[in-house]
Every structure is written in structure tokens, then in C-alpha cells.
Design a protein around this ligand. Sequence first.
Ligand SMILES: NC(=O)c1ccc[n+]([C@@H]2O[C@H](COP(=O)([O-])OP(=O)(O)OC[C@H]3O[C@@H](n4cnc5c(N)ncnc54)[C@H](OP(=O)(O)O)[C@@H]3O)[C@@H](O)[C@H]2O)c1
Length: 333
Amino acid sequence: MSVETGSVKFAILGTARIATKVGEAIHNTEGAELELITSRTLENARAWKAEHGANVAAEGYEVALLHPEIQVVYIPLPPSMHKEWAVKAAEAGKHVLCEKPPALNSAEVKEMLAACRANGVQFMDGTMWSHTPRAQDMKTVLNSGQLGKLRRVVSAFSIQMPETPDQHRYISELGGGALYDIGWYCVRAALWAFDAVPTHVYASATYHRGVDKNAMAMMWFDDDRTASFDCGYDLTRRKWMEVVGESGNLVCDDFLSPWDLEKQRFWVHDDQGVATEHQSRSVVQEASMIESMVQILRSGELNRFWPQMALDNQRVVDALILSAKDGIKVEVN
Ligand SMILES: NC(=O)c1ccc[n+]([C@@H]2O[C@H](COP(=O)([O-])OP(=O)(O)OC[C@H]3O[C@@H](n4cnc5c(N)ncnc54)[C@H](OP(=O)(O)O)[C@@H]3O)[C@@H](O)[C@H]2O)c1
């Protein structure tokens, strides 16, 4: 990977809802520039450029691959399209920032990572909260030994997600489903807290037209550690996690994105009922992710942690999806 100089130029594939926030983060990140917005239609690309700003608007995602100045391709397409465009971007020599889930299964993710490795480009998935100062602050507490041995992670992510015709989350062929989409983050919380991948998982889901709209999951790790979560499209908005040690626990009631940008908090409870509130630096998490990518590219060295985390996260989600379908405990491959 060459050492980057000047602004890192980004292209966005598709005018997704999330692209609006990430586009704004690119605008607000020093050393990043939004060069290109692409869409299936020129009309949409132009409308997006007029509203959110980009140097160029173009019809067709291929334009990003052919554009010599683009260094990073951001892929917020439906999950079923991620592999194709990540591999194409890597083969065109572009770094890849791909929304979660990175693909439909870990075999696809392995292909994507192989293409990135072969072409000397970075891969990162869009799990934004992992890049925030608050995630680092919480990790410092977990690593400090203050909670004793960490034994359990419990989390929940639910939202009310209406089924509209353009909602890819309810379309199986496009990679829809709550485990892929939002269970993803709860899996990440457990991998992140334990620095480990579970050996076995179990999940139970409720399906709507072949898509899991609600799920409960359990994960078994070695060394007597467990994690569980629930996720769903038909409950009120929740986005909390608890990491439980033998002598204390850490609670964050909005780890996926702060309820209030100015209050990026978490709490540490001891076993006598004393709770200490911690407040982290206020940031926009989309910007934390963009900064993270820019820093890696500036460093001149590919980062191996984020691609491995993406693959491990997908391996676990694969196993959960299989478990929910078959109704049995499944080994994580
Ligand atoms: N990290 C996060 O916090 C976060 C948050 C939200 C979503 N996401 C992820 O980001 C991705 C996009 O989610 P979103 O809800 O923002 O998507 P969305 O609004 O539905 O947009 C997806 C875009 O993909 C393009 N597209 C191409 N073929 C399509 C097809 N057959 N059906 C629908 N869209 C198609 C469209 O852009 P054009 O028509 O302009 O080409 C569309 O605007 C998903 O992987 C999702 O899980 C991540």
C-alpha cells in the first residue's frame, strides 16, 4: 500500500439512506474528501450531490472503479451486492469500506478479503461504534481487571422497521433479516468484549416471508464465558449492552449510537450497588469510522484487525442463521 498524501478521496456506491450520514462524516473529516457519488440513475446521483455535496455525480457504480483518483470505495448497497462490488473495487486497486453485514456468508467474506490482500488494499466493515472513543474507553475498563474475570455479555438491539416495498431488510434475496442487519452488532459486542469467537451458538427466530424479523441468540465461548442477545424489527428501540465480570459489570444503554450526542456515557457497577458514570468524548460515530480509515491509509500499512473482525463476526452470524433455521446448537466454523 502506498503512503497516501493529500486528501483521501472517497466514492459512494448508491444513494442509500446511510450514505447521507457517512457522506456528511467524510465532509467533516480532515484529510477526507467526497469525490464521487454514484447511483443506478444519473438523476438520483445528481439530486444527492445537490443536497449532500460531492465533487462529481455519476450514473453506474463502475465509474468509481475507473476513476483514477478514488482511493476508497464505500459500499452501502443491500448485503447481497457487497461481495461483487467489494471484489471489483479491490481489483481496481481501491480500498474498501463495506457496510455490514459484509456479505451473505463467510465464504463470500473470505473472497472479499482475499481480493483485498491480493491487491494490497484495506478492508473495513461499517460497524461504526467500534471506532469511537467510547468503545476505547469501555475497552480500557474491561481490560483493567476492575470487573474481575469477564464471563458474560448481554445485549439487545431492536427497532420498529416498517415493511415498505423498497426495504431490503425484508427481502431475502437482497440479504434481509434481523440477524444479518442488527444482530450483527450484538455479536460484535461479544467478540469485542471477550476478544474471542464463540465455539457454539444457538438462535431462535420468528420469520416473515422467509426473513427473520426477530431473534434470540446464545453464544458459548471457551473458558466458561457466554453471551446472549435479542434483536428484532418489531419492538421498541433498544440498543444496550452489559458486560458482566465476577466482581462488577459495565452497562452502556446506547452502545450502537448515543441517544444524545453530548452524553456518550456508560456505567460501571460494583457488587455493592455503587455505580460510576463515565463520559466519553462526544463524536459522531460515522466520523470516527472515516477517521479510522484515513489514519490507516496515512500510516502506509494495512490493518489486519478490522478485516479479521469482519470475518469472525460473519462466521458467528452464519452459525446463528443456520441454528435458527435448523433449531439446533451449531458449531462456529
Ligand atoms: N453502519 C450503520 O450504522 C448502518 C446503518 C444503516 C444501514 N447500514 C447498512 O448499509 C447498507 C444500506 O442500508 P440502507 O438502509 O441505507 O439502504 P437503502 O437506503 O435501502 O439504500 C440502498 C441503496 O442501494 C442501491 N441499490 C442498488 N440495487 C438495489 C436494489 N436491488 N434494491 C435496493 N437498493 C438498491 C440504491 O442506490 P441507487 O439507486 O442510488 O443506486 C439504494 O439507495 C446495508 O448493508 C445496511 O445494513 C449500516
